[in-house]
Design a protein around this ligand. Structure first.
Ligand code: 2RA
Length: 340
């Protein structure tokens, strides 16, 4: 006997990927319901070989459903996640609403799977921010071996992190560059994104950092170890899908680049592509549709005693969101609900 699974926000980029990944990984679902807002009611979405019609989130009864993967904004999550949780349906939420709630586990299954046993306090489990997910997958095996003291990360985040409108904006602005008669002013972003980079994601905080940068700090501490110091600069780049990150770590114990490379090669969820030659590294276009967190450019940071630099790339719609949520669902089924 399998699970009854709900995907909330099935018509968005992440919801669409959740359905694709549930099918690709042959998640043991007896039944899948797809929910969307009233304006998308009846829209057909594919789930493997099947075509499902979206149902109305506002009137849906979660009673008798095992788990609900939420891929909607915090405003809708605030209304419907408690309703699902109260009906006994475990919520796996991709929004930022519950990530920092001490009563809600924030989980990356390759990093802190044991946290799944804390789901029952609110019947809700939180998915981390996309830029955090790929980073902690890379940090965890190195932290276990040499105890990371400090992380300095710069991100190069694709526009799909901002949704469909942002993808369209990049596409239209790019085309307009070659057709000067057509002006495509910035709408999703404060400045032109085509052939440009924008050092600003989410809102500015009082200390001059952005909320996206704050998320990487807070979530890394919650998922791995609150003693790790993290400083981040999050940048939007003209890439459709795939977040890249330049990561520098300082560790308690010395860890040389070869041992770090071997550790990462053996670690769950990681693919090391690291050759010191033309093309011997991963770029965002190559990660799209893949499950892995790719690591390249592993090398000593000779400016400090115990320092390492590396490059980290992953599909932000997959490991950064939909894949991690489905992996949490698999973990919840395997370790807790144990149906089938
Ligand atoms: C972004 N991490 O990339 C944020 C939300 N997905 O826009």
């Amino acid at each position: 006997m399998g699970y009854r699974v709900v995907v909330v926000g099935a018509t968005g980029n992440v919801g669409h990927e959740m359905l694709n990944i549930l099918a690709e990984r042959q998640f043991p679902a007896d039944e899948v319901a797809v929910l969307a807002s009233r304006k998308s009611l009846g829209t057909e979405v594919t789930f493997g070989e099947k075509t499902l019609k979206t149902q109305d989130l506002d009137t849906f009864d979660f009673t008798g459903w095992d788990m609900a993967l939420f891929a909607v904004g915090s405003d809708a999550t605030k209304i419907y996640a408690p309703k699902a949780a109260k009906a006994g349906c475990v919520v796996i939420d991709n929004s930022s609403l519950y990530r920092y709630d001490p009563d809600v586990p924030l989980i990356v299954p390759e990093v802190n799977p044991e946290a799944v046993h804390g789901y029952a306090k609110k019947n809700i489990i939180a998915n981390p921010n996309c830029s955090t997910a790929q980073m902690v997958v890379a940090l965890k095996p190195l932290h276990d071996r040499a105890k990371i003291k400090r992380v300095v990360v710069s991100t190069y985040q694709s526009v799909s992190g901002s949704g469909k409108e942002a993808i369209d904006e990049l596409w239209e602005q790019t085309k307009a560059i070659y057709n000067p008669t057509k002006e495509v002013p910035p709408k999703v972003y404060p400045k032109q994104i085509a052939f440009n980079v924008i050092p600003h994601i989410d809102v500015f905080l009082d200390d001059g950092s952005t909320k996206e940068e704050w998320k990487m700090v807070a979530e890394t501490k919650k998922i791995i170890d609150k003693s790790i110091k993290v400083t981040a600069t999050c940048v939007r780049v003209p890439v459709f899908v795939g977040h890249s990150e330049s990561i520098n770590i300082e560790t308690e114990d010395f860890l040389d680049e070869d041992e770090a490379r071997d550790i990462l090669r053996e670690a769950p969820g990681i693919m090391v592509i690291d050759k010191r030659e033309d093309g011997g590294y991963v770029t965002p276009v190559e990660c799209v549709g893949d499950f892995a967190t790719f690591i390249s450019r592993i090398r000593q940071d000779s400016t400090i005693d115990n320092g390492l630099n590396f490059w980290c790339v992953s599909d932000n719609l997959r490991k950064g969101a939909a894949l991690n949520a489905v992996q949490i669902a698999e973990l919840l089924g395997r370790e807790v609900l144990k149906k089938g």
